[in-house]
Design a protein around this ligand. Structure first.
Ligand code: FAD
Ligand code: NAI
Length: 464
């Protein structure tokens, strides 16, 4: 009898397993993919960042190096090697997760899990062999899959989801991306840098609709300057295969005549949906909402002893959110303090420049009727940014005027994905903008822009 059986080996599941193992719970993790790490490690965060990193260097070698006195002659793309180094990173990391299961005495069972009843999970191995695990507690961590675009068939070769877009065997001449969200802009950037002409079609009249709109506007301006094209306020009505290419029919979202874009590859990136197929949830009566997310209260489903974490339940679909929830459930089952602070979950888009935010946007504060103060600082005035030729972007700090706590920070700029960690710590400690402004930051660093923006909240920005 296990204390805990986890179904799904992504960042939610494997982090839950590690923490449970550390806390002495007898734990098993079931994964049907054949490799641990879930979407994130196999077809998500890690391979996309491997391509973003490599393609950024490739573009920099031709566009940025010369202005810094570095001449590269005979620069060329070795796409098979770029894809291989991505696959090598994935392989190494999935093996690392497997090692962590052993280290923490977690049983890793390869196969598909199905809940037979509360406390009982049947596992079907790839060869069809079945076994049943008895468990005091079950954690569902089955993640998510791409949302389909009605009437458009994905073949993962010409019409691809993020999974196909991570392994295109050659650079498409023209790529149409459906959805100006995180996947579309990250993977669109990869293929644009490698030579594709990329057009992004977005239903709303702005990119990254949930983001602070000032940041989103600044972000779009940079992407446009880099050569990415946008068809905002449009939806894709159909994709037709011709001899070699694709005809993508787009229509204004508000109605009107259709136009046709020619493409070699279409990337459909209109969001992801929870994955709970063939899990046996109907056997036990676990409740879903209308969009298929498992309903939970403090990670508990409506069925005693069954929990749900990560992308298959509510909240941002992010690896670190899944990880937080996995840790919290393990802690709860071991009788320890267990909490996730959903107000401090950072969001990063790993383009160049990066976009990073945490907390509330200005629009959200306005809608909630919260009085707030703002401080801003442009990287144009930051000495390190100027030295590095990385002056695009800004930092925006939002402070609740009544409590004097920082409630949101939004940034576009080189390396801001690393810098957001400072803000998360500050917000966890209930910092005011003044706390950040009075903290000594190393010079010359990009992070000084955060300090200057924080000073701006109380009107004493010094370096602009
Ligand atoms: P998943 O990682 O989806 O793992 C669930 C696992 O459960 C899967 O491996 C699946 O095979 C398995 N499973 C399902 N059903 C069963 C069953 N019945 N039996 C056994 N196993 C089962 N997030 C970030 O935070 N940062 C990023 O940079 C980032 N980049 C991304 C890039 C892309 C292209 C994509 C697609 C996603 C990205 N994400 C990123 C999102 C991130 O991948 C997810 O939020 C995260 O993986 C969710 O973790 P999870 O554990 O809930 O589910
Ligand atoms: P998304 O929700 O970020 O963006 C989807 C976009 O598609 C939205 O802007 C939406 O308005 C638009 N859209 C929806 N239907 C449309 C239609 N019919 N026509 C045109 N546009 C349409 O979803 P995305 O990019 O697919 O990513 C899924 C999730 O994966 C993200 O929300 C995020 O949680 C996670 N992710 C995180 C990353 C990171 O943290 N860096 C990287 C990649 C993915």
């Amino acid at each position: 009898m296990y204390d805990l059986v986890i179904i799904g080996g992504g960042p939610g599941g494997y982090n839950c397993a590690i923490r449970a193992g550390q806390l002495g719970l007898k734990t098993a993790i079931i994964e049907k993919r054949g490799k641990l790490g879930g979407t994130c490690l196999n077809v998500g965060c890690i391979p996309s960042k491997a391509l973003l990193h490599a393609s950024e260097y490739y573009e920099a070698a031709s566009k940025t190096f010369p202005s810094m006195g570095v001449r590269v002659t005979g620069l060329s793309l070795d796409l098979p090697q770029m894809l291989k180094q991505k696959d090598d990173s994935v392989d190494g990391l999935t093996k690392g997760v497997e090692f962590l299961m052993k280290k923490n005495k977690v049983d890793y069972i390869k196969g598909a899990g199905r809940i037979v009843s509360a406390g009982s999970v049947e596992v079907t191995a790839i060869d069809g062999a079945k076994q049943t695990l008895e468990a005091k507690n079950i954690v569902i961590a089955t993640g998510s899959v791409p949302t389909d675009l009605a009437g458009i068939a994905v073949d993962e070769e010409q019409v691809v989801t993020s999974t196909g877009a991570l392994s295109l065997p050659e650079v498409p001449g023209r790529m149409v991306v459906v959805g100006a969200g995180v996947i579309g802009l990250e993977l669109g950037s990869v293929w644009r840098r490698l030579g594709a002409e990329v057009t992004v079609v977005e239903f709303f009249d702005r990119i990254t609709p949930g983001m602070d709109s000032e940041i989103s506007t600044a972000f779009q301006r940079v992407l446009k300057k880099q050569g990415m094209k946008f068809e905002l306020g449009h939806k894709v009505a159909g994709v037709e295969k011709t001899g070699g290419g694709l005809l993508v029919s787009i229509e204004p979202a508000k109605g009107g005549g259709a136009r046709v874009l020619e493409a070699d590859v279409v990337l459909v990136a209109i969001g992801r949906k929870p994955f709970t197929t063939n899990l046996g949830l109907e056997n036990v009566g676990v409740r879903f909402d209308q969009r298929g997310f498992i309903e939970t209260s403090h990670f508990k489903t409506n069925v005693e002893g069954i929990y749900a974490i990560g992308d298959c339940t509510h909240g941002p679909m992010l690896a670190h959110k899944a990880e937080e929830e996995g840790i919290a459930v393990a802690q709860a089952l071991a009788g320890k303090w267990s909490h996730v602070n959903y107000d401090v979950i950072p969001n990063v888009i790993y383009t160049d420049p990066e976009v990073a935010s945490v907390g509330k946007s200005e629009e959200e504060l306005k809608a909630a009727g919260v009085e707030y103060k703002i401080g801003k600082f442009s990287f144009m005035a930051n000495s390190r940014a100027r030295t590095n030729h990385e002056t695009e972007g800004l930092v925006k700090v939002l402070e609740d005027a009544a409590s004097k706590r920082v409630v949101g920070v939004h940034m576009v700029g080189s390396g801001v994905g690393e810098m957001i960690g400072e803000i998360c710590v500050a917000m966890e400690f209930g910092a005011s903008a003044e706390d950040i402004a009075r903290t000594c930051h190393a010079h010359p660093t990009m992070s000084e822009a955060i300090r200057e923006a924080a000073k701006g909240v109380d009107g004493w920005t010094m370096q602009a």
